[in-house]
Ligand binder design. Structure first.
Ligand SMILES: Cc1ncc(COP(=O)(O)O)c(C=O)c1O
Length: 353
């Protein structure tokens, strides 16, 4: 599903030279490379400012903290997403209330948000890179942009967003990293303060928007690696789109494609097949990897037991039927053909009801 060594080979010269330069500089925390990542990636995502963190999870935590909400409210999250979307809500002092997704696409359904008096915000996840739009909501919306880089234009709803530089993301570091996105310079400053122990000056610590800060910084070495990868981003997205176009055209008709907007970055290529587990086993038998993003709705995760979630029939169905096929930029034409041939050789008729 990813080949990070092959991906590194695409940028090895620049990345390795830049890391060596950082090592020799003695400047490891903050500095010009981190500032450059903040400026270039936020511009690419369509926001005025970026404040880096040490993971995408922390970017979500600090984005929520920067809203300055009273503690202990409910924040709505979609049923189909990586756990961090909900975990970050808990770590920011709120309760994640899981909402069902749309029937045609596993993003939040604006018509069925479990809005209550204590709902304080919504986290909109743009799953696999497809925009989740929630117009007209009278609540703050945090955009979870972890899977969106490369979208043209990048989707957004609210006044703050969070993205991830986890290595398998289309723009990934050689370790963890994240970025909070905002158009407001004061919010950028607030997040940078929160991620530096709320420290306006050496050993002076203040609350920021009601919160005590902590340490969550992007390292200069990760910034050096990210800048090398950033130069390869357009080529990656082009390669992913070409593979997606082949899957669209060449997979058999019993494979249900997800609808996709123009400019989609193809973070993942996900299909729906009722006999998903049998297909997955069949592909594995032919040496083709696949993955399930995600095997159960968040409301079924034990870590969120005890919270009153909305029922999630659409998410239940999606989680039982969906399968991600390999789509990363290091696949060759023959690799893509291998995947397509392996899917075609599956006897879907034998599994139809
Ligand atoms: C939708 C979503 N939200 C949040 C995260 C958390 O990011 P990280 O792994 O960088 O902490 C990820 C990725 O892992 C993600 O896919």
């Amino acid at each position: 599903m990813a080949d990070l060594a092959a991906r590194h080979a695409r940028v090895a010269g620049r990345a390795e030279a830049a890391v060596l330069e950082v090592l020799r500089s003695g400047r490891y925390v903050g500095g010009p490379l981190v500032n450059e990542v903040q400026a270039r990636v936020s511009a690419r995502m369509g926001w005025a400012h970026g404040a880096s963190t040490n993971s995408g999870t922390d970017a979500l935590v600090y984005a929520i903290l920067a809203l300055g909400l009273p503690p202990g409210g409910e924040i709505i999250v979609p049923a189909v997403t990586f756990f961090a979307t909900a975990g970050a809500v808990v770590r920011a002092g709120h309760t994640p209330v899981v909402a069902d997704v749309r029937g045609d696409y596993p993003n939040l359904d604006l018509e069925r948000l479990p809005l209550r008096r204590c709902t304080r915000a919504v986290v909109a996840v743009h799953l696999y890179g497809e925009g989740c739009f929630l117009p007209g909501l009278d609540l703050p919306v945090v955009d979870d942009l972890a899977q969106v880089i490369g979208a043209d234009p990048p989707p957004r709803n609210g006044t703050i967003g969070a993205m991830s530089f986890y290595p398998t993301k289309t723009l990934g570091a050689a370790g963890d990293g994240g970025l909070v996105l905002t158009d407001d310079a004061d919010t950028q400053e607030a997040v940078l303060r929160l991620t530096h122990h709320g420290m306006p000056a050496n050993n002076v610590h203040e609350r920021v928007r009601g919160h005590v800060g902590a340490n969550s910084r992007l390292d200069a070495m990760q910034a050096a690696v990210l800048l090398a990868h950033l130069d390869d981003l357009d080529a990656r997205v082009r390669a992913r789109r070409a593979t997606a176009a082949r899957y669209d055209a060449e997979l058999p008709p019993w494979v249900q494609r997800l609808p996709r907007s123009a400019g989609h970055p193809i973070h993942q290529y996900v299909v729906r097949v009722p006999a998903r587990d049998a297909l997955r086993a069949h592909l594995a038998g032919r040496g083709v990897e696949s993955a399930i993003y995600y095997p159960m709705p968040l409301s079924r995760q034990k870590a969120l037991d005890g919270i009153e979630h909305a029922p999630t029939p659409e998410a239940d169905r999606f989680c039982a039927e969906s399968l991600a096929l390999p789509v990363h930029e290091c696949l060759g034409e023959r690799d893509v053909s291998t995947v397509i041939d392996a899917v075609r050789s599956f006897d879907a008729g034998a599994f139809s009801p």
